[in-house]
Ligand binder design. Sequence first.
Ligand code: DC
Length: 218
Amino acid sequence: MSDVIPVIAIDGPSASGKGTVAGIVAGKLGFHYLDSGALYRLTAYAAQQQDVSWDDEAGLEPVARALDVQFKEGEIWLAGAAVGDAIRSEEAGRGASRVAVWPRVRDALLQRQRDFRRSPGLVADGRDMASVVFPDAQLKIFLTATAEARAERRYKQLIEKGMGANIHTLLQDLRERDARDAARPVAPLKPTEDAILLDTTDMTIDQAVRFVLDRFVV
Ligand code: DC
């Protein structure tokens, strides 16, 4: 076995289920897990708390660089306080997508993401895990589902959490975010040539997890 720490990169659009699949795969392999979207969500959230506009690239960069974040005990902590579902709302997702267009914000979060690569391995989910953050990943998966299926999944998730939701607004929001994430000049949402496509529209979570595990050869 080589001494390179293995990485499984799972990229894909909003609410595709990549976070759920990535988390389970990491658990089964005993690997670390990076939810890179959380870092963009936290940047948008911290910016809001500090009155920095999501359009202000120069103002956002130090916010992203100074994020005092810890991932522990299945919770995310920002400056010592548990963040809970505050970054899981649709507004936080929209904010994340807006701050994520800025190259200086992306650069500020780059090394922080690479630092998650620790033995025995890492499963990382996001938009540019395969293209920018871990271009040498051993396995690259591009996980999608139709916008309708994703809106429905997100709807169920929000209702389960007791958060309000409207399926039509969700679908429109998802389409807007997909368009923004795919159209930005830096690290756009798009499969790399060496990525394996996984369409989960008609798949269960278990089937998607199995698909990824079956393709991972150390
Ligand atoms: O995966 P998510 O829905 O939590 O991500 C929220 C937003 O963050 C997404 O719309 C775009 C941005 N993002 C990104 O640009 N690059 C990543 N690697 C992860 C997320």
